[in-house]
Design a protein around this ligand. Structure first.
Ligand code: ZN
Length: 109
């Protein structure tokens, strides 16, 4: 296992632990590009995948006020980050890793 951490091109602090997940942007071979989204982990029951929820306000022109909305993403969760439900995380878009996963968690915040 290599002890070096790759520079993923995004200003986040690198994880302190090392993993040998090939889909880890720091220790594997997964390039990241595209959107950066902050959210909260709501489930980590899948293997190396977490559900991340993002809450935002959307302006409703008919009623002239903001409406609370939320959306959920399946995101790949490298084992070196040790993410638990309730953690605020930052995830970055990557290539599609499965039918529903096109984001990877890069930082606990
Ligand atoms: Zn890793």
């Amino acid at each position: 296992m290599k002890n070096e951490v790759k520079d993923i091109g995004i200003d986040v602090k690198a994880p302190e632990t090392v993993c040998n997940d090939q889909h880890c942007p720091f220790h594997g071979k997964l390039p990241v590009r595209g959107q950066v989204i902050d959210g909260v982990v709501v489930s980590d029951k899948m293997q190396n995948t977490a559900v991340v929820e993002r809450n935002y306000l959307n302006y409703d022109h008919k009623f002239e006020r903001y409406v609370k909305k939320s959306s959920r993403y399946s995101a790949h969760c490298p084992p070196c980050l040790n993410v638990k439900p309730g953690d605020a995380v930052r995830m970055v878009e990557c290539r599609p890793l499965s039918k529903t996963v096109a984001f990877v968690i890069v930082e606990k915040r």
